[in-house]
Design a protein around this ligand. Structure first.
Ligand code: BDP
Length: 707
């Protein structure tokens, strides 16, 4: 019976009628390899079915074989003169080809067609592995061209994930289950998932991971935990991934028994040196520290009257002999400072430009507030030319609908990377600041707050995998377009068939704007529920800090709405270069998507569309919801063409998104009306409840809350 079934499946596979043989749940990510059939299979049979390598035990060939096995339905043969030649610069077979491999560095590679053969060559092992994954991507996505002439060198050196994972496996702002780090069973039990994690990351060029939350627990720096960290580092090392840790600034007090953590205190300095030495004894290629200091209640150098530079440099000096780095976050603001929160990081850090050691990078969030659905780029980019600034993006969707809303984030990240800082002159994009090319910095880095957890689909939803993927691809090459990345991801994750790929692409591309439209249109920001950040909360006021309320940001009155950050208001716009500041200073020249970020505008102001601001807001809410409707229709149309389990999960999540988009619109409209008393524009449906109803809803167990 089983034999008969296998025979049947085999026949169907051969005819291309079946492309998968077991239920899919998304665990395979974009590394999914399903047997090809027909011409796609024969194409691969001639191009990639045999491999020559001088290092048959190497990881690059192992990964290439593994991926190809899935596609070919059998293992490719390793043989001299094979169709693929995979090798390092000093392999005789590669040397004989006299390829120009200079400047590839540790991560770069080339892929080139030589007659009937495909050559993958690199200077270093990491480069070779990345090259193997590149070739596989082409094979898997049905885009292997007749001739290849690829030369890839990453634009950013350190392409890092930041896990906001606690030692008890809670993930701050995590919506995909628990932390994948099973600290209790480490170091003895190394979950095979750690290897799959490393493979997935290496396949998109990620080469570093910060294992623990920025709101750190000093226990991670104790000997038993360092042993666990070392075990993870051992798993990741072959994949070119370094581990980093968030270090709690007060650790010398908490686990070192010292009375102070003053960065200029001799005992403190000695304690950190010894701690860093200990780490390197266990993990010789340890990447370095990430630090959140004097931010949201975390300890830091200012507790002792010292500066951020004092703190960062003390740790950097301990790291320097070992080649480690310090990533010091610029996410600082204080409710005790009366000034606009958006201005505070700039005011704090710009005077420190030039004061940081060479192995310090200042890690700056994409915008000046906090990963809002849309923010103008952070004015620190371009304002600290003597300092290495690294980008921090948030992959997890804390402010964009958690795991259930489909929001493809590459367009948002590209918007920031492509933004022109005009410092010192036009064309000085944020991307050029971050990759170091603008100011000639040798070391560059990017961080993405991970969305990874124990869910089978890793990221909380099938489509959130695309954000992990896109982050890695953009950190490697920020010139890639969001659409090109989406195409790759869809082809690998679902299918390269245009009948499947095109509808999915048309769901993803407008999805970020849709979320902005139904949550925080026209430059509104920070309107989410208190604490857990789930759902709308424009009414949030009072509590411990005014800069954690919504009313602080929207400033809605009977007459108008928005935060005046012009010269007549908080003057945050003066932190941008003059051409931008001039543009942002006037309502007429401010891009509409940032209007209420920079201006307090009358409800009845006429917008370029001819609508009043009030009507325009409603129009945006409606547009966002309509986009979700369109996504649902497209996805419904794919039923039967996508494996059932993944299709059903996405369909259910889209229904949640639709419901919550409506909730955002209705709750926001009801609340704005309770303030402006305006009637609804013609054709707009009244919210089914009043503002008090929405305000009373409570979600005590919403996931991901900070502790
Ligand atoms: C905010 C999060 C908070 C983080 C903080 C940070 O709500 O949980 O600790 O950012 O980045 O977005 O430090």
């Amino acid at each position: 019976m089983r034999h008969l079934r296998n025979l049947l499946v085999g026949l169907l596979l051969a005819t291309g009628l079946v492309t998968h043989s077991h239920a899919e749940d998304g665990y395979d990510l974009w590394l999914r390899s399903r047997p090809l059939a027909g011409t796609a299979l024969s194409h691969l049979e001639t191009r990639l079915a045999t491999i020559e390598t001088a290092d048959p035990q190497g990881l690059a060939v192992a990964e290439l074989s593994r991926g190809l096995t899935g596609l070919l339905g059998r293992s490719p043969a390793l043989e001299k003169g094979g169709a693929v030649l995979l090798g390092l610069a000093d392999d005789p077979a590669i040397r004989a080809l006299k390829l120009d491999l200079t400047g590839l560095g540790p991560d770069g590679y080339i892929i080139r067609t030589f007659g009937p053969r495909t050559i993958v060559a690199a200077e270093g092992r990491n480069g070779l592995l990345y090259g193997a994954f590149h070739l596989l991507r082409l094979a898997r996505t049905g885009s292997l061209p007749a001739t290849l002439d690829v030369r890839e060198v990453p634009k950013i050196d350190r392409r890092i994930l930041n896990h906001w994972d606690d030692l008890d496996r809670h993930v701050e702002r995590g919506y995909s289950g628990q932390s994948i780090w099973d600290w209790h069973k480490l170091p003895d039990w190394k979950d095979p998932r750690y290897t799959d994690y490393a493979r997935a990351n290496a396949s998109i060029g990620i080469n570093g991971t910060v294992l623990n939350n920025v709101n750190a627990n000093a226990t991670i720096l104790t000997a038993p935990y360092l042993e666990k960290v070392a075990a993870l580092a051992d798993v990741f090392r072959p994949y070119g991934i370094k581990v980093y840790l968030t270090a709690r600034f007060s650790a010398p007090k908490e686990i070192g028994g010292l009375p102070t953590a003053d960065p200029l205190d001799k005992d403190v300095i000695r304690w950190w040196q010894a701690k860093v030495d200990e780490i390197y004894t266990r993990i010789p290629d340890f990447g370095g520290f990430l630090i959140k200091a004097n931010s949201e209640g975390q300890p830091g150098p200012q507790d002792y009257g010292r500066t951020h530079a004092d703190g960062a440099n003390m740790l950097a000096d301990a790291m320097a002999p070992h080649g480690g780095i310090v990533m010091w976050r610029a996410f600082v603001y204080s409710h005790e400072v009366p000034d606009d929160r958006a201005k505070q990081a700039y005011d704090e850090f710009v005077p420190l430009d030039g004061k940081f050691r060479d192995n310090v990078l200042v890690q700056v969030k994409n915008g000046a507030i906090d990963f809002q659905p849309r923010e103008p780029f952070h004015p620190l980019f371009g304002a600290m030319p003597k300092t290495k600034l690294m980008m921090e993006f948030q992959i997890t969707k804390e402010y964009l609908g958690f795991a259930t809303h489909l929001a493809y984030l590459a367009p948002m990240w590209k918007e920031v990377l492509d933004a022109d800082t005009y410092r010192p002159k036009q064309g000085s994009t944020v991307a050029k600041v971050v990759d170091g090319s603008l100011d000639g910095h040798k070391l560059s880095a990017m961080a993405g707050v991970a969305n990874i957890g124990t869910d089978r689909n890793w990221a909380g939803s099938q489509f959130d995998q695309a954000n992990w993927y896109a982050y890695g691809r953009l950190a490697w090459n920020h010139d890639l377009t969001s659409e090109a990345i989406a195409r790759e991801w869809i082809a690998a994750t679902f299918s390269p068939d245009p009948a499947i790929l095109d509808p999915i692409l048309s769901m993803m591309m407008p999805s970020h704007q849709a979320v902005v439209d139904y949550m925080t249109p026209l430059g509104l920001h920070h309107l989410m529920g208190r604490g857990h950040h789930y759902g709308p909360g424009p009414w949030v006021e009072g509590g411990p800090r005014s800069d954690w309320t919504s009313v602080y940001y929207h400033r809605a009155t009977k007459d108008g709405i928005g935060f005046d950050r012009t010269a007549t208001g908080s003057d945050a716009i003066s932190q941008y270069a003059k051409p931008l500041a001039d543009r942002f200073n006037k309502v007429e020249t401010t891009p509409e998507e940032f209007l209420l970020w920079f201006h307090h505008v009358r409800w009845d102001r006429k917008m370029p569309s001819g609508r009043t601001l009030w009507a325009e807001l409603l129009h945006h809410y409606g547009r966002g919801i309509a986009t979700v409707d369109g996504m649902i229709t497209r996805w419904d149309g794919l039923k039967g063409r996508i494996d059932d389990a993944r299709h059903a999960e996405v369909a259910a999540f889209l229904a949640i998104q639709r419901k919550e988009a409506q909730w955002w619109r209705d709750a926001s409209v009801a609340y704005w009306q309770s303030i402006n008393g305006l009637p609804l524009p013609k054709g707009e449906a009244p919210p089914p409840h009043d503002a008090a109803y929405y305000k009373a809803l409570s979600f005590p167990f919403a996931p991901g809350d900070g502790k």
